[in-house]
Design a protein around this ligand. Structure first.
Ligand code: PMP
Length: 386
């Protein structure tokens, strides 16, 4: 009989040939602006820890204290034995920051997206999704069983045409978008999307994963940044990026959250977030709200790096309005080569290739804890490679 697993090896071979093969890299020591990678100290431009909170003593102390008090695991799903007072406190803190009626904490942002989308729409419904949306939005859309149509990246005109042509053929319609696009760093046209959602009676779900703690006057995200606070929409996000912990959330109306508690399988049938992660996220929200200096320093770093990158001849910087700055390269192998050269020079900024993105690039993400010397070294190495 033929080996039913033989195709795996062939499939891996195809991935290798296309230069799409990926493997993990081990980071040693505490999260921070510099880390040890394969025994070498490198400046870390690969982290989503925008505010530098993942290594903050106060988050660590909160996680340790919660572990001492409640134990390591939450021991069950939230509807059975896994709900703690801490979860409620975290949900209140998220809702208060986002100025929504309520919030629901999931065990990851990915689970929040697939759970919410699959709960909100089904076979008789339509999803319209930005082509560059994160994998969790795309997979949530597939899982829901709804008809899925992608619109070209940020093309509101095309979205409107799709709505005019198709909205009336479906029961509900859900528009999906990242707010900060994770692999480009640009922003969705949120006010225009909200207007269209209202005009065509659609729900709008916006993924604030890379915006929470980063965008807006108080760091509440792009909804705040665009002055859309209080408008009807569904906000999703993660606790694992600027908030330095783990977990995800949905923020919105009481009715929405009550519905999701009863209908989102990836919330109902999974173990509640651990006490340590919950307490760390809660501590992070308090810091993000009470200490705007971290966000200000982050933006200072972003502007400083952008200015310097713009001076590098022939560097194809992609348009960005966030701490994610990318420059494009001609092929996956060239991106890999530049990533390797950067690493040899002590810079950790990964090559991102298809199928994750349409064009190969180096992705740089900034942190509040980067020093001017870190940024200057990155630019010096890039000039050298160039
Ligand atoms: N949405 C976006 C836009 C993301 O970039 C990510 C994480 N890469 C997620 C959702 C998933 O969040 P988490 O890591 O908490 O599962």
């Amino acid at each position: 009989m033929p080996d039913p697993y033989a195709w795996l090896q062939n499939s891996l071979l195809t991935i290798h040939r296309a230069d799409w093969y990926r493997s993990v890299q081990t980071i040693q020591g505490r999260a921070g602006a510099t880390v040890v990678l394969g025994g070498q100290e490198v400046i870390n431009f690969a982290s989503n820890d925008y505010l530098g909170l993942a290594g903050d003593e106060r988050l660590i102390e909160a996680a340790v204290a919660a572990t001492q008090e409640f134990g390591t695991g939450s021991t069950g799903s939230r509807l059975l034995s896994g709900h703690r007072e801490l979860h409620g406190e975290l949900e209140k803190a998220i809702a208060s920051w986002k100025q929504t009626e309520d919030a629901l904490v999931f065990s990851s942002g990915y689970l929040a997206n697939i759970g919410a989308i699959a709960a909100l729409v089904g076979k008789r419904d339509l999803i319209l999704s930005d082509q560059y949306n994160h994998s969790s939005l795309k997979n949530g859309a597939i899982l829901s069983g709804a008809t899925v149509r992608e619109y070209s990246h940020c093309e509101v005109g095309e979205l409107k045409t799709q709505l005019l042509e198709q909205r009336q053929n479906y029961r509900r319609c859900l528009i999906l978008t990242d707010s900060v696009f994770s692999m480009d760093g640009d922003l969705c046209p949120l006010p225009a999307l909200l207007d269209l959602a209202e005009e065509f009676s659609c729900m709008l779900l916006v993924d604030e994963a890379h915006a929470t703690g980063v965008m807006g006057k108080t760091g509440a995200g792009c909804v705040e940044h665009f002055g859309c606070t209080g408008r009807q929409l569904i906000q999703i996000g993660t606790l694992s990026k600027a908030l330095g912990s783990l977990g995800g959330y949905v923020a919105g109306s009481h009715t929405l959250i009550d519905y999701l508690r009863n209908r989102a399988p990836s919330w109902i049938y999974t173990t509640g977030l651990s006490p340590a992660d919950t307490a760390a996220a809660l501590a992070a929200i308090n810091i993000a709200r009470q200490e705007p200096q971290h966000r200000m320093q982050l933006w200072h770093n972003v502007n400083y790096l952008r200015e310097l990158l713009l001076e590098i001849p022939n560097l194809k910087l992609l348009p960005s309005a966030s701490p994610i700055l990318c420059f494009q390269l001609s092929s996956p192998s060239q991106a890999l080569q530049v990533g390797k050269q950067l690493k040899q020079a002590g810079i950790f900024a990964p090559a991102i290739r298809p199928p994750t993105v349409p064009t190969s690039r180096i992705r740089i993400s900034l942190m509040a804890t980067h020093k001017p010397a870190h940024i200057e070294k990155l630019v010096a190495v890039l000039l050298d490679i160039n």
